[in-house]
Design a protein around this ligand. Structure first.
Ligand code: ADP
Ligand code: MG
Length: 291
C-alpha cells in the first residue's frame, strides 16, 4: 500500500480507485481532485450535467485517455505507467458498451460479437461462433439476429448486440455509456433487467453513465454526481435525494425526476427498503452497499 494515499483509502474490495484525479485540456480544467472507488459486484453510475466530464472519466478508466494528475487503479493495476502488455491483459478483463454501439457495419452481428474472441484468443471459428451465439442469447437476442447486419437492427437490438460483444471475453468489469439513451420505454426497461441479471448472476461490476432516472433508481447501487470539476456527492439515489447541493438537486426536482421518485416510492411500498443514513463523506467510503 502506498503510504502517501492516506487521505482517502478506498475499501479493500475496490475494483476501480481514483485518487485526486485531475484532467486538463490546455487551460480548461475538466476534473480536479476526483476521488472515488467502485466496489466489486456493484452497479456504479456516474451522472452530471452535459460537459461535466463523465465521458472523459470513463475514457480514462478504459485507457483511452490519461488524467493530467492523480492515481487511477483498475482491477488492482495502476494505469499511470502501464506497459503495453499489461494494458492488453487488462483490456481482456473488461467489456465496454459504447453509446452508439460501435458495431462494425460490414460484419454480421454474430461476427461483431465474436470479434474480441478472434482478437484475443486462439479459439477456432466454430467455437467462437458458439460462444458468440450464447452471448447473443444472454443479451436477450434471438439466434437469427446473429445473421443480420447492424443497419438492420432497431435501437434496442443494437444496444443488446453491443452488450453481447462487450460480454464476449467474460469480463469482470463492464462499462456502459448511456445504455438506454434513445430507447423506447419498453426496450429501456429490458436493459434495466439485463444489467441487474449480469450483476446478480455473474457478479459483474458495472460502471455506467446515464441520464435515465428509472435506471438510476432501479438499478444503480451507488451514484457519483460530477459537477464543477469534482464529485459533488456519492451514495444511493435515496441518499443523494436528501443532499441539498445545487449540482445534485436537478436530478430530484422537475417533472421527470418527480415521476421517477414516485415510481420508486411505489416499488418501495411493495418491497420496503430502509433508507440508509446520510453519508456526508464525498468518497462514500463509510456507507455499506444497499442490497
Ligand atoms: N479531447 C478533448 N480535447 C479538448 N477538450 C475535451 C476533450 N474531451 C473532452 N473535452 C472537454 O471536456 C469537457 C468534458 O467533456 P465530457 O467528458 O465529454 O463531458 P460529459 O460526458 O459529461 O458531457 C467538455 O468541456 C469537453 O469539451
Ligand atoms: Mg458524455
Amino acid at each position: 500500500m502506498n503510504a502517501t494515499l492516506n487521505a482517502s483509502r478506498p475499501p479493500d474490495d475496490a475494483v476501480i480507485e481514483l485518487i485526486q484525479v485531475s484532467t486538463r485540456f490546455g487551460e480548461h480544467v475538466v476534473h480536479r481532485d476526483v476521488t472515488l472507488a467502485v466496489r466489486r459486484a456493484e452497479v456504479f453510475a456516474i451522472i452530471g450535467g452535459s460537459g461535466s466530464g463523465k465521458s472523459t472519466l470513463l475514457r480514462e478508466m478504459i485507457l483511452l485517455q490519461r488524467p493530467s494528475a492523480g492515481t487511477l487503479r483498475v482491477l488492482g493495476v495502476d494505469l499511470a505507467n502501464i506497459t503495453d502488455d499489461d494494458a492488453l491483459a487488462l483490456r481482456r478483463r473488461w467489456g465496454v458498451m459504447f453509446q452508439h454501439g460501435g458495431l462494425f457495419g460490414a460484419l454480421t452481428v454474430l461476427e461483431n460479437v465474436g470479434l474480441p474472441l478472434r482478437e484475443h484468443t486462439a479459439l477456432g471459428d466454430g467455437l467462437i461462433d458458439e460462444i458468440a451465439a450464447w452471448k447473443l442469447a444472454l443479451a436477450g437476442l434471438k439466434p437469427e439476429v446473429g445473421a443480420q447486419y447492424p443497419s438492420e437492427l432497431s435501437g434496442g437490438m443494437m444496444k443488446r448486440a453491443s452488450l453481447a460483444r462487450a460480454l464476449a471475453l467474460d469480463p469482470e468489469l463492464l462499462f456502459l455509456d448511456e445504455p438506454t439513451a434513445g430507447l423506447d420505454p419498453d426496450s429501456a426497461a429490458g436493459v434495466d433487467e439485463l444489467v441487474l441479471k449480469l450483476r446478480d448472476l455473474f457478479g459483474l461490476t458495472i460502471v455506467m453513465i446515464t441520464h435515465d432516472l428509472d435506471l438510476l433508481w432501479q438499478v444503480a447501487d451507488r451514484v457519483a454526481v460530477l459537477g464543477d470539476g469534482t464529485v459533488q456527492g456519492i451514495g444511493s439515489m435515496a441518499q443523494l435525494s436528501h443532499m441539498d447541493r445545487p449540482a445534485i438537486r436537478p436530478f430530484f426536482h422537475g417533472p421527470r425526476a418527480r415521476a421517477a421518485l414516485a415510481q420508486n416510492d411505489a416499488i418501495q411500498q411493495v418491497r420496503p427498503v430502509p433508507v440508509p443514513d446520510l453519508d456526508p463523506a464525498l468518497t462514500g467510503e463509510a456507507s455499506s452497499k444497499p442490497k
